[in-house]
Structures are given as C-alpha cells and as structure tokens.
Write a protein that binds this ligand. Structure first.
Ligand SMILES: CC(C)(COP(=O)(O)OP(=O)(O)OC[C@H]1O[C@@H](n2cnc3c(N)ncnc32)[C@H](O)[C@@H]1OP(=O)(O)O)[C@@H](O)C(=O)NCCC(=O)NCCS
Length: 181
C-alpha cells in the first residue's frame, strides 16, 4: 500500500476523481443517493468541493497498485472555510467555536472491500505527519454519534468529543490535538 495526493495526479485527474466519487457514493447513506445525476453531482460537491478547489495536495489517496483503497481530505483552515460553507452546508458552522483549538477538518472514506484492514489508520497517520509539519495544532471531524466509525476515531486519538443538535439531528464533533503525537 502507498499514499500519494490528488495534486500529483494532474494527468489522470478525471479518472482519479471518478474513483474517489465511487467510494464516496458507496459510503453515503443510500437516502442521499439518487437516480438523478445532477442531484448526485451537487451532493458530491457539497461534501468534497472545498478540498478539490483549495487543498488538492491534502487529498490523500491510499493505493494498492491502481486500486484506490481509500481517501482522506483535509481542510487546514476551518475558520476560513466557514464563509464557503455558509451557502452550501450550513451545518458546518455548528462547531465554529472549536476551530481555533482544532483548525484542520477531515473527510474520509474507504472502499467497502478495503475496510477493517488498517487503511484508514494508515491514512490518518500520514495526515498527522503532514499537518504537524505545517505547525497545525489540532484536527477534527464531525460524525453521527450512532455510527460505527466513532470507535475508529476514538482509537486513533480523537479524545475530545462534543455533541450538538443541528435541526433535530445529533452531530458529534471529535477533536485530536496534534502536539501530543
Ligand atoms: C471509518 C473508516 C474510514 C475506517 O477505515 P478502515 O480502514 O476501515 O479502519 P481500520 O481498519 O484502520 O480500523 C477498523 C475500524 O474501521 C471501522 N470499520 C471497519 N469496517 C467497517 C465497515 N464495514 N463499516 C463501517 N466502519 C467500518 C470500524 O470502526 C473498525 O473498528 P471496529 O471493528 O472496532 O468497529 C472506514 O471503515 C469507512 O470508510 N467506513 C464507512 C464510511 C465511514 O464511516 N466514513 C467516515 C465518515 S466520518
């Protein structure tokens, strides 16, 4: 297994985006996946567009030969991203008061056939090293408290948790300080 970044794929960017997109939709709640291509495009863009536009070097890709096993996307300045998300994903503001302590934000998924084999942990460890080199002090994600991935993040050092409601949906903020690695 090896990791590279989307920014290294200028020549095959469209093919790599298609592989990321496949994993994204295989990982999405089926109620958010439609037969309508325009709806799916908008949904994919809502959750990944920021990273493709602003931080392609921190879209980390785990490969076995040419099979994409999983991806991890990072936005390094969550406070700055608030203005971008306000018109696209208003839930993003829910934890804005935590962005100074945990300035980087992540989105990740693994291919269903590659889960439970350490790929996610490998991607996170690669990300920590890159973020610490940039001097970032904390990383966070937002998930649902009922999902199985909560245990995965806890085991990977996301020890700060904050539960809040957004329009009737519980959102779980999980933070990890990077200086303690
Ligand atoms: C969560 C995820 C990124 C972890 O990557 P991974 O390579 O599978 O993780 P590792 O092998 O390093 O660690 C194993 C943990 O991954 C998670 N995991 C493994 N297989 C899984 C599956 N089929 N479905 C959901 N989570 C799974 C579990 O939390 C597991 O720990 P557990 O068995 O104690 O519950 C990956 O499993 C995944 O993409 N899951 C589905 C989508 C998701 O939850 N994405 C994160 C959104 S915030």
């Amino acid at each position: 297994m090896h990791i590279d970044s989307f920014a290294q794929h200028k020549k095959d960017a469209a093919a790599v985006t298609a592989k990321i997109r496949e994993i994204f939709f295989l990982s999405a709640d089926p109620k958010n996946v439609s037969d309508d291509q325009a709806h799916n495009d908008a949904f994919f863009s809502k959750w990944t567009g920021y990273y493709f536009s602003y931080e392609p070097d921190l879209i980390l890709l785990a490969w076995e030969d040419d099979k994409l096993l999983g991806y991890l996307m990072i936005g390094t300045n969550s406070r700055k991203a608030v203005a971008y998300y306000d018109s696209r994903n208003p839930s993003y503001r829910t934890f804005a008061d935590q962005f100074d302590e945990y300035p980087a934000h992540l989105h990740m998924n693994c291919h269903p056939s590659s889960r439970g084999q350490g790929v996610g942990t490998f991607l996170l460890e690669d990300a920590y090293a890159r973020l610490m080199k940039k001097g970032l002090k904390g990383l966070h994600l937002v998930t649902s408290p009922a999902l199985r991935n909560v245990g995965f993040y806890r085991r990977n050092g996301f020890s700060f948790e904050l539960l809040r409601d957004f329009k009737g949906y519980p959102l779980l903020f999980m933070g990890r300080k990077l200086a303690l690695v």
